[in-house]
Design a binder for this molecule. Structure first.
Ligand code: NDP
Length: 256
């Protein structure tokens, strides 16, 4: 039987590159997102053409009822899960000075980036433990897509940085809790990656990158992150649970 994976926010950007990589590696993939299925049909067809089974689990990860429906759909459709990639995330709709930030934006970002994945992981982790108890050969892995914003300040999107700092602890908590079941939990921490999320600030980052923001003088691409997920899902780091894997072109190296 083929291994199965769930990729939240898996129909565009970093998540899509991860979904495609997993399909190419022979996984059946459940793609999650909030858009209507009609809007992602071409993407799903493209993934299906790779040859494995691909389903769309529409649902807001930050909404308890929608999250439950997603997990139920996944259980009904695949009946098993080996890899969870917590990738879905949002930036604030508007970048605001913390002196003017709104509670509404703070709550939205925390709900989607932090609370949602915590309770989605809880549901999936319980299921993974059941699968492990039923079959000692079972392999489960959780990969969290964090951000350099866990440690690097962007003052005009404080709520995003705080969510990613919290998400770093989320990875460690689940790594510790699932250690006894040999279910590793990793955090990948991307730098500046060219996706819809960064499209509004593309010119700003084009300039900063040209001026040496990254040690490797280029944008990061979704595939750079997918390659790291590949190595982790493939068991290349079996004794590294809870670790952070940087995919940031050296942006986080402090320089003088
Ligand atoms: P995009 O904005 O390109 O895509 C975001 C994805 O998340 C979409 O698929 C979207 O679904 C999904 N999504 C948004 N809200 C929800 C929700 N409530 N429930 C379920 N899915 C949702 O983002 P990126 O690909 O750039 O980012 C992916 C992850 O990587 C995020 O967690 C982000 O914080 C992180 N990251 C990104 C960096 C970058 O420079 N781009 C850098 C560091 C980290 P739909 O397609 O249906 O709208």
């Amino acid at each position: 039987m083929r291994p199965a994976a769930l990729v939240t926010g898996g129909s565009r950007g970093i998540g899509l590159a991860v979904s495609r990589m997993l399909c190419e590696k022979g996984y059946d993939v459940a793609v999650n997102g909030v858009r209507d299925e009609s809007q992602v049909r071409d993407v799903l067809d493209d993934l299906r053409s790779i040859g494995t089974s691909v389903i769309y689990c529409r649902g807001d990860v930050g909404d308890p009822e929608q999250r439950k429906l997603m997990v139920d759909q996944l259980k009904d459709s695949f009946g098993r899960l080996n890899v969870l990639v917590n990738n879905a995330g949002v930036a604030p709709k508007e970048r605001l000075d913390p002196l003017e930030a709104t509670e509404e934006s703070y709550d939205r970002v925390m709900r989607i980036n932090l609370k949602g994945p915590y309770f989605l992981t809880q549901a999936i982790a319980n299921w993974m433990v059941q699968q492990k108890k039923a079959n000692r050969e079972y392999r489960g892995t959780i990969v969290n897509i964090g951000s350099i914003s866990a440690t690097i300040v962007s003052a005009n999107r404080g709520e995003y940085c705080i969510s990613k700092a919290g998400f770093a602890m989320h990875s460690k908590i689940w790594a510790v809790r699932l250690g006894e079941f040999d279910i590793p939990v990793y955090e990948i921490r991307p730098g500046v990656i060219k996706t819809d999320m960064t499209s509004k600030v593309q010119e700003k980052y084009d300039k900063l990158i040209a001026e040496g923001l990254n040690v490797q003088p280029r944008w990061g691409y979704p595939d750079d992150v997918a390659k790291a997920v590949d190595a982790l899902a493939d068991g290349k780091f079996p004794f590294s649970t809870g670790d952070v894997f940087m995919v940031d072109g050296g942006i986080s190296i402090q320089r003088l």
